[in-house]
Design a protein around this ligand. Structure first.
Ligand code: MG
Ligand code: ZN
Length: 440
């Protein structure tokens, strides 16, 4: 990150849903989690990465926030305040920033979103994309009732699909998490104070200009805006989950084969209609999600090289997989596929992909790319698949390996390899992997 940033925390709002915890004596952002106000955790996370300028947008009972933080000196930062006397929607108060942030970009955070993120990664992405607006997005366990961010392959946001909409298409599990980076020009372009909705109004021009991007991360970012969620977030704080998911920390991961492991083996699949989950797969992945393992698909899809389907059609199949898992409360952290095949000479082949490559399993290019991107600790991570090619891949990459007896059940006969553990299916494999980790 090379630019200057002002962090803006939207700490206004009535906090009606949290009244059973606040008793309407303190504003929501001052509720304590693990002995510190929510808003203090936000300040400390960002301060760790060198952000010193803060603006708090305060409203109902805002004087309690001011009494606690003052000008920020006691917390090693500088804090200014915007007092929002009447509610201006999610974005209306931002126009006051015009005269407060100088030439800096703005990192906007909502007061009930708790997070522990490697902020320079997010801000570096924002700068590299030269984005007008960058939204932090992530997969969650209930995409069907969440606001989705629809993006293209370069992370450019195409549109928002709000939770209330009917969805009759396959979508990526990619949810707006409530953390935004706004370029200085965007702030400077705002008009007079008036109610303004961020997604529906403010971001519209950035969308039209193609200058809005989604930064997808697996880090800890959760809404703590209801008493139930607040308690879950506090529990995860005390268990060390927030910190462990920060990408500064090495991540444990289960790399997953696709065909025959997640979905029923039917040879080469070239359309979403052919994709059907194996029994227990959503439950298995939800267990990985809950245990803090990344779940990442690594699959060979020579269907592209053979001319049976396009890159876009493979992505469509993967969206169906996301939707099926999402309906059952599970999500994948990432997916990568090799579209290549080395042997030329098929009549309908796509020559651009008929090349030798470093990604096709059992080569390790895909695992390496994902390990780099997600800071995966190889030694505590696994490869699970239904063929000897998968086991060979895992071994080549230095991962633990598990063979499942679904799909080809290890009978493909390509390599002489022995997996560390064998399991009836993915759910059985995941239970064994999680049991093996327990004693450490
Ligand atoms: Mg397979
Ligand atoms: Zn490849």
């Amino acid at each position: 990150m090379t630019r200057e940033y002002t962090a803006v925390i939207q700490a206004g709002g009535k906090g009606t849903r949290m009244r059973e915890l606040t008793g309407d004596r303190i504003p929501k952002p001052m509720l304590e989690l693990g002995g510190k106000p929510m808003i203090q955790w936000q300040v400390e996370n960002l301060k760790k990465y060198g952000i010193r300028e803060f603006v708090f947008i305060i409203g109902h009972l805002g004087e309690k926030v001011k009494d606690y933080f003052g000008d920020g000196t006691a917390f090693g930062v500088h804090i200014s305040y915007v007092e929002e006397n009447e509610p201006l929607g999610s974005g209306g108060a931002l126009c006051y920033l015009k005269d407060m942030v100088g030439a800096s970009d703005v990192l906007l955070v909502f007061g009930d979103v708790m997070f522990d993120i490697d902020a320079p990664r997010l801000l570096g992405f924002h700068e590299e994309k030269q984005a007008g607006v960058t939204l932090l997005v992530h997969p969650n366990a209930h995409p069907q009732d969440s606001d989705l961010v629809v993006m293209d392959e370069n992370s450019k946001v195409l549109r928002f699909d709000f939770a209330k909409n009917q969805r009759d298409y396959y979508y990526d599990n990619c949810v707006n998490a409530g953390i935004y980076v706004l370029a200085n020009e965007v702030i400077k372009s705002l008009g007079e104070p008036a109610p303004l909705d961020l997604e529906k109004e403010l971001f519209r021009s950035a969308l039209e200009d193609g200058k809005i991007y989604g930064y997808r991360t697996t880090e800890y970012v959760k809404d703590a805006g209801t008493p139930k969620r607040f308690r879950a977030v506090e529990r995860e704080l005390l268990q060390g989950v927030w910190q462990s998911r920060n990408l500064e920390s090495p991540q444990k991961c289960v790399f997953l084969d696709r065909d025959g492991t997640l979905n029923i083996y039917k040879g080469l699949i070239s359309s979403p209609e052919e994709l059907e989950l194996e029994a227990g797969v959503a439950e298995a992945i939800a267990l990985l999600n809950a245990a803090g393992y990344l779940a990442i698909i690594v699959t060979n899809q020579p269907v592209v090289a053979r001319g049976l389907c396009s890159m876009e059609e493979v992505r469509e199949i993967h969206k169906k997989l996301s939707v099926l898992l999402g309906e059952q409360g599970a999500y994948l952290d990432d997916m990568i596929f090799c579209p290549h095949h080395p042997d030329k000479g098929y009549p309908e082949e796509n020559p651009a992909y008929k090349i030798p490559c470093h990604c096709r399993k059992p080569d390790t290019g895909m695992v390496e790319e994902m390990a780099e991107k997600h800071h995966v600790d190889i030694k505590s991570s696994w490869f699970v698949g239904d063929t000897t090619v998968d086991i060979k891949t895992g071994q080549n990459a230095g991962l633990h390996t598990a063979l499942v007896k679904t799909g080809e059940a290890g009978k493909d006969g390509k390599y002489e390899v022995q997996a560390e553990l064998e399991a009836e299916n993915l759910l059985d494999a995941v239970k064994k992997i999680l049991a093996e980790r327990k004693p450490q």
